[in-house]
Design a protein around this ligand. Structure first.
Ligand SMILES: Nc1ncnc2c1ncn2[C@@H]1O[C@H](COP(=O)(O)OP(=O)(O)OP(=O)(O)O)[C@@H](O)[C@H]1O
Length: 209
């Protein structure tokens, strides 16, 4: 069954039609890799898929229900990872993750938070303000949500590998593969070639003038 499907999706930004009449579906265990040059409309599309902004026309369905009609259920089953990390610079990694878990009704012990940060190579950095971490380390903190929310049905990831080193890319790639293997669905963009050993559907957005 399709976890996510779209019908006749079109988005216009500043009088420029980014894409029109897109139709696709992502099944359980399905990976959709959205490609396209800068400005083609990938982020705009992912934000529509996540229900953050409305499309100019077309519909988005989660498990065959229009996302407008199942917003709460959709957001409980979705992890969206966009360009903005959604972390507070003045809080520590642990505080940020505790806050995120509360906000998303995820029940995780503080020990699990420390263990996850250790897996993400952040030992010794757990309790200092995130502002003092490097760009890649800050992204690792934000990525911890993918360790906590494996029971979600859909992950939407916009350029998740940005600023990560090779080890970080491998860590996240493994996490994505495990999620897919467990039946999760993933939609993602990346300007780097995917290092995910998993069957992948591709959707290329052409840049339109
Ligand atoms: N809120 C907005 N208001 C006006 N124009 C916007 C807005 N958001 C995006 N755009 C425009 O829409 C176009 C597509 O932007 P988008 O961020 O979706 O592209 P992208 O494919 O994700 O690019 P990149 O690979 O650089 O991240 C761009 O020309 C951008 O200027």
């Amino acid at each position: 069954m399709a976890v996510l499907s779209v019908t006749n999706l079109s988005v216009v930004k500043r009088d420029r039609l980014l894409f029109e009449n897109l139709n696709f579906a992502v099944k359980q265990g399905g990976l959709l890799y959205v490609k396209g040059q800068n400005g083609a409309g990938k982020t705009s599309m992912l934000r529509v898929l996540a229900g953050l902004v409305a499309a100019d026309s077309g519909e988005v369905y989660f498990s065959q229900q229009n996302i407008q009609d199942c917003r709460e259920n959709y957001h409980q089953n979705l992890v969206y990872f966009g360009h903005k990390l959604g972390i507070n610079q003045t809080l520590s990694a642990v505080e940020n993750l505790q806050f995120w878990c509360k906000q998303h009704l995820v029940s995780i012990s503080v020990d699990t938070i420390y263990d996850t940060l250790a897996q993400l190579n952040l030992v010794g950095l757990e309790d200092i303000p995130v502002a003092n971490l490097s760009a890649g380390q800050q992204r690792r903190v934000a990525l911890a949500r993918f360790w906590f929310k494996r029971d979600a049905k859909l992950w939407i990831l916009d350029e998740p590998f940005t600023a990560l080193d090779t080890q970080g890319i491998d860590l996240l790639s493994n996490q994505i593969t495990q999620f897919l293997s467990g039946g999760g669905a993933v939609v993602m963009t990346s300007h780097q070639a995917l290092r995910i050993d998993y069957p992948t559907d591709e959707l290329t957005l052409e840049y339109r003038i």
